[in-house]
Write a protein that binds this ligand. Structure first.
Ligand SMILES: [Zn+2]
Length: 163
């Protein structure tokens, strides 16, 4: 069973590679860093625990991950073993107890055990968008900046399928 919170972090996935989020999007305070194992579910049925350095805002209990970095780490993790998973939909579910994650490096843990030691996020914002900066007239809407598409986490047509 997933531990339904209290104590869960909030989580934002930042889709803009050039945006470093040095200030918290919620309170505008300066962000720091926190390295913490994230549990990610990849369709159709794979869990991966990724020890990842998030941007972090203490007062908001907020972790911020960068989409392109997380996708890079996942691509590296799957490249040899299960490349067919690369490009699949995925969901960052929560944080894994650090001690337990460390044990998992040397001992096999079942997905159920892993989930038992995971705290899901209290609030998760998967789809944040920035507005294009600039001057706008009253009533004129700031256009949304579309994030660039994934460059590594994309489906590769297997050669078998092309034959
Ligand atoms: Zn904050």
């Amino acid at each position: 069973m997933l531990t339904e919170n209290p104590g869960g972090y909030n989580f934002i996935l930042n889709p803009y590679p050039t945006e470093r989020i040095s200030r918290c999007p919620l309170c505008e305070g300066k962000t720091g860093q926190k390295k913490i194992p994230l549990l990610i579910h990849v369709d159709p049925a794979r869990l991966i625990a990724l020890n990842y350095t998030c941007r972090y805002c203490g007062p908001c209990h907020l972790l911020i991950g960068h989409t392109h970095e997380i996708e890079h780490h996942m691509t590296e993790a799957f490249r040899h073993s299960t490349p067919e998973l690369i490009g699949n939909r995925y969901l960052v579910m929560g944080t894994v107890e650090k001690k337990y994650w460390r044990e998992g490096l040397t001992e096999f843990k079942t997905p159920t055990e892993m989930i038992d030691h995971t705290t899901t996020f209290t609030d998760s914002y998967e789809d944040i968008r920035l507005h294009r900066p600039g001057w706008y007239k009253d009533g004129q809407e700031q256009p949304v900046m579309e994030p660039p598409p994934s460059c590594e986490w994309v489906k590769v047509e297997s050669e078998l399928e092309n034959e």
